[in-house]
Every structure is written in C-alpha cells, then in structure tokens.
Design a protein around this ligand. Structure first.
Ligand code: COO
Length: 256
C-alpha cells in the first residue's frame, strides 16, 4: 500500500489514507508531497464533493518525522518549502473531514486542524509535543489551535506538550464529534455522504466565507457572507432546491 492511498468510497467522496504504520504515520516529505498532490487534484476534480482524511483505524499521524529532521539545519528546513504543500490542503475548496483514531500529535494534530470537521474516536488524542524535542509547531499549530480552543487552552498544550483526549478535545472545540473507535470511519463517511448530497456551490461558499471571515472584521465578514448569499441566487441549484421544496420532492443538486 502507498504511504498515501486514495479511494472513492462513495459518489462524490474521496478518502485519503496515510499509511506508515511502522512510524505511527509520521509525516515525512514523501507523505507531505503526496498529500499536496492529491489535494491539488481533488480540489480541481468537479466530481469530488467531500474529502475524508485519515490515518486508518489505529493512528492518525504521530507528527512530522523526527528521523527526517534530527540532523537538519535551518536552511535545509527552509528549502523543504513544506508550507507550499500544507497550503494546498488549506486551499482545498471542498469540505475535508478528518477521521482521527489514535495519535494526532504534532504535525498530525496540525494536519487534522487543516480539516473542516474532525470525527475523533474515543481513544484518540491530540497533542503538540514539539516543545519536548526542542522545537515548536511549524505547520499552523500555534495559530489554528488558538483559533479552535482559545489562547489559554492552546498555550497550555503548546508549552507543556500534554495530550488532550478526544473527549477533552470535543469540550474544547477541537473535535466536531467523538464516537467509538470502531465507528470513526463509518461516521466520517456518513457525514461526507450528507455533504456530498448538498448543493456543491453552496457548500463551497459556506467553507470559503467561514474561513476567510474568521480573521476579518465583523463588517467585512458579513459583507463576504452577503455577497456569497446573493451569488447563490444565480445558481440553478437555488432554483432547484426551492422548487423541490414547493413541489414536496427531493432536490437534485448538480453544482450549477
Ligand atoms: C510516539 C507515540 C507516543 C507512539 O508511541 P508507541 O509506543 O505507540 O510507538 P513507539 O514510540 O514505539 O514508536 C513506534 C515507531 O514509530 C518507532 O520506530 P522504531 O523505533 O523504528 O520502531 C518510533 O520511532 C516511530 N515514530 C513514532 N513517532 C514518530 C516516529 N518516527 C519518526 N517521527 C515521529 N514523529 O512514540 C511518539 O511519542 N512520537 C513522537 C511524537 C512527537 O514528538 N511528535 C512531534 C514531532 S515534531 C513535529 O510534529 C513538528 C511539526 C512541525 C506517538
């Protein structure tokens, strides 16, 4: 099996699975490169409406590959340009659901936070232990974690390297749902199927406006929302959705 496997478990759904079990799915350059390539392709693929990102049933990802960094210097790390690969994931216009079993630690937690929803197994844990190996998060952890759980909880995780359980993550706002470990994949697929049946243009506008608006002033964010709301009235799916309601039938959304 490749270190990143692409499957299509349902109509309009893509699933990316990291597979480096001997290294607890640690993220080396090969994994990051393949994730970047897959997300670029899935972003452009009109047939894909929702994406599941997972590490399988045992671990999500135990962080960046320490073995691949231990001897690196600052210029080495800079020239890896990993931010360009992460940026491809962050720029994906389709909803991404992280299906997290086991460790989402370090870069693995940062990767999960690139997703739009996180379904965590009861046994999952989230951690930013970079400080314990002499560094700090470098793929958005200090920023996305703070936006997700707030300064005081984020500072505690970042400065102590202490893990957060799935239940704690749910309470803190770092997980969308917590389910039994053996149900994580099925629940993530269920959510992806729900989203894939929704009007794709509205789905993408909601994602884009929510993410762009969270760092803007309220007035600017509300303008973004207003413009996107108005734009959707130019879509066939808006006409189909409202007509289907009036005719008491199931809508057929085509993404136009
Ligand atoms: C991990 C863990 C707590 C998992 O603990 P386990 O007891 O389940 O597994 P092991 O510690 O025995 O690790 C198994 C295997 O995976 C071992 O390899 P071998 O010695 O060759 O058998 C580990 O070296 C390897 N492994 C696990 N995590 C990594 C790894 N290789 C390379 N890189 C990583 N990350 O034991 C644990 O604590 N892992 C380190 C967690 C961590 O510090 N992550 C942050 C890294 S820095 C970062 O992410 C920076 C981002 C910008 C998870």
């Amino acid at each position: 099996m490749p270190v990143v496997e692409l499957e299509h478990p349902g109509r309009g759904i893509a699933r990316l699975r990291i597979h480096r079990p001997d290294a607890r799915n640690a993220l080396n350059q090969e994994v990051r490169q393949l994730l970047g390539e897959h997300f670029a392709a899935l972003s452009a693929d009109g047939s894909v409406r929702a994406i599941i990102l997972t590490g399988g049933d045992k671990y999500f990802a135990a962080g960046a590959d320490i073995k691949a960094m231990a001897e690196a210097g600052a210029i080495d790390i800079m020239l890896r340009n990993t931010h360009l690969l992460w940026r491809t994931i962050a720029a994906c216009p389709k909803p991404v659901i992280a299906a997290v079993n086991g460790y989402a630690w370090g870069g693995g937690c940062e990767l999960a936070m690139h997703a739009d929803m996180i379904v965590a197994g009861e046994g999952a844990s989230f951690c930013q232990p970079e400080i314990k190996v002499g560094i700090m998060p470098g793929a958005g952890g200090t920023q996305r974690l703070t936006r997700a759980i707030g300064k005081f909880a984020a500072m505690k995780m970042l400065l102590t390297g202490l893990p957060m359980s799935a239940r704690e993550a749910l309470a803190a706002g770092l997980a969308s749902e917590v389910v039994a470990d053996e149900l994580v994949q099925a629940r993530a697929l269920e959510l992806a199927e729900l989203i894939a049946a929704m009007p794709p243009l509205a789905v993408m506008q909601i994602k884009e406006v929510l993410l762009a608006g969270q760092d803007a002033s309220l007035d600017t964010a509300l303008m973004l929302e207003r413009k996107a709301f108005q734009l959707l009235f130019a879509s066939r799916d808006q006409k189909e959705g409202m007509q289907a309601f009036l005719e008491k039938r199931k809508p057929d959304f085509t993404g136009q």
